[in-house]
Ligand binder design. Structure first.
Ligand SMILES: Nc1ncnc2c1ncn2[C@@H]1O[C@H](COP(=O)(O)OP(=O)(O)OP(=O)(O)O)[C@@H](O)[C@H]1O
Ligand SMILES: [Mg+2]
Length: 411
């Protein structure tokens, strides 16, 4: 069946005999549309509607497929277009297609809980010389693309802002050193110290940004190596000894024997995860307190997200896909620092997110550490959670699938 005969039959089948039709008199309502064409349209995942120009009352929806009916809460067919869509951009696009006989586009933002962004496209349909004046209205979901675009723009703005602050301070100090502090050796020494710290901060920020972009590039590639968490944590603890001593904090690891906690992973990335979490715990710990690093070698997904302290708020920053019977290795890093109020928990792994007014020692962070942790854990098909009682500390948990496949009954 040709396209036009399908359209004629469609128009005919749904034309209201008592209402004036727009164009040449509609055929009788007894002709059914080709079932295959209609079924194909009906099953398309994107919303599709056929619109007819009506003489009175504005364009009319002749046919709306299942996706379009869901989007607009519309009846199957035969309803005035304005009853469904009030968006002026979409209505104008339909008019262009019906009466200007040209293709027209518009963006349609469906509000509500879903908050999706659609690209609406109206195309002239059929030939008004021989049949009714029709338009095909289709919608494609552009939410992900639009959000991705916004995220990229936000990210660039944030990254530039983060770099501009230390840079502005550096420029200020250089001016001072060349100006009135030129012959003041004491001031010069002090300023050079601050300049070194600012330059160090910029350098850390750039390292973290590059690290994040590298991790994102291969996030979809499953890592191949095997990593023993006990050995990896021991290495991190050893490397952090000077920092720990300086902070007056004790590290208390509680680890299974070597060989009992092995995951499939990229060793450098896993070390980065451990390091970032332990670094944070040290940074926010008061002197003379302990940071506990506990590894449980064999837990279920449910056990991994179970709250340990009933007084605590808990939030999963990343949940792995559920796989029946999968067993995990759970790493928990706890401190006795200020903890985090509930409202901050969901935002912790956002890039550059830092809790306002929190004391983090002299080494101000970049706010990228937990974002890096989240992306690495995601690449390893694991989970990331945080639990905290404000005022008495925080526990960050990472759980990663066991290398032996972790099926029930596995050794
Ligand atoms: N153990 C913790 N206790 C209290 N707050 C924490 C803890 N860990 C992280 N946070 C809060 O979460 C924010 C984000 O942490 P993240 O590690 O991403 O950034 P950062 O430590 O500030 O900087 P970076 O790790 O990039 O140097 C921190 O700025 C801090 O406000
Ligand atoms: Mg950090």
């Amino acid at each position: 069946m040709s396209q036009s005969s399908f359209l004629n039959r469609l128009t005919a089948a749904f034309a209201a005999p008592q209402r004036p039709s727009a164009e040449p008199a509609a055929p009788t309502a007894s002709v059914a549309p080709d079932p295959l064409h209609e079924a194909a349209l009906e099953r398309l995942p994107d919303p599709v509607a056929v619109i007819a120009a009506a003489r009175a009352g504005g364009p009319e929806v002749l046919f709306a497929n299942a996706a379009a009916r869901t989007l607009f809460g519309a009846p199957h067919r035969r309803i005035g277009l304005v009853n469904l869509i009030r968006d002026p951009g979409v209505l104008e696009a339909v008019d262009e297609a019906l009466f200007g006989r040209i293709e027209a586009r518009s963006v349609y933002e469906a509000g509500g809980a879903q908050d999706r962004v659609w690209r609406a496209l109206a195309r002239p349909l059929g030939d008004p010389a021989t049949g009714p004046r029709l338009a095909l209205l289709t919608f494609s979901d552009e939410t992900d693309a639009v959000r991705g675009e916004r995220r990229r723009a936000d990210f660039l703005a944030n990254a530039s802002h983060e770099l501009r602050t230390p840079l502005a301070s550096l420029i200020g100090f250089i001016e001072t050193l060349r100006g009135h502090a030129k012959d003041d050796p004491k001031a010069r020494d002090r300023f050079l110290g601050v300049m070194q710290a600012e330059a160090g901060r910029m350098s850390r920020l750039i390292d973290d940004l590059m690290s994040l972009s590298r991790i994102e590039l291969n996030e979809h590639i499953t890592p191949l190596g095997q990593v023993d968490l006990t050995l990896a944590i021991t290495d991190v603890v050893d490397a952090l000894t000077p920092l720990v001593r300086q902070a007056g904090v004790a590290l208390e690891p509680s680890l299974p024997p070597v060989g009992a906690a092995t995951i499939v992973g990229d060793r450098d990335q896993i070390v980065q995860v451990i390091r970032n979490l332990v670094d944070n715990a040290i940074k926010y710990s008061p002197r003379d307190t302990a940071v506990r690093i506990v590894v449980s070698a064999d837990v279920s997904a449910i056990e991994a997200v179970t709250v340990r302290d009933p007084a605590a708020s808990r939030f999963s920053l990343l949940d792995p896909d559920r796989v029946e019977g999968r067993r995990y290795i759970l790493l928990q890093v706890s401190d006795s620092g200020p903890g985090l109020a509930r409202e901050h928990l969901p935002r912790l792994s956002e890039r550059f997110y830092r809790v306002e007014g929190q004391k983090s020692g002299e080494k101000l962070g970049t706010g990228l550490g937990l974002a890096i942790v989240k992306h690495i854990v995601n690449r390893h098909r694991g989970g990331l959670g945080v639990e905290s009682v404000p005022g008495s500390g925080a526990t960050f948990s990472v759980w990663l699938p066991r290398a032996d496949g972790g099926q029930v009954g596995a050794p």
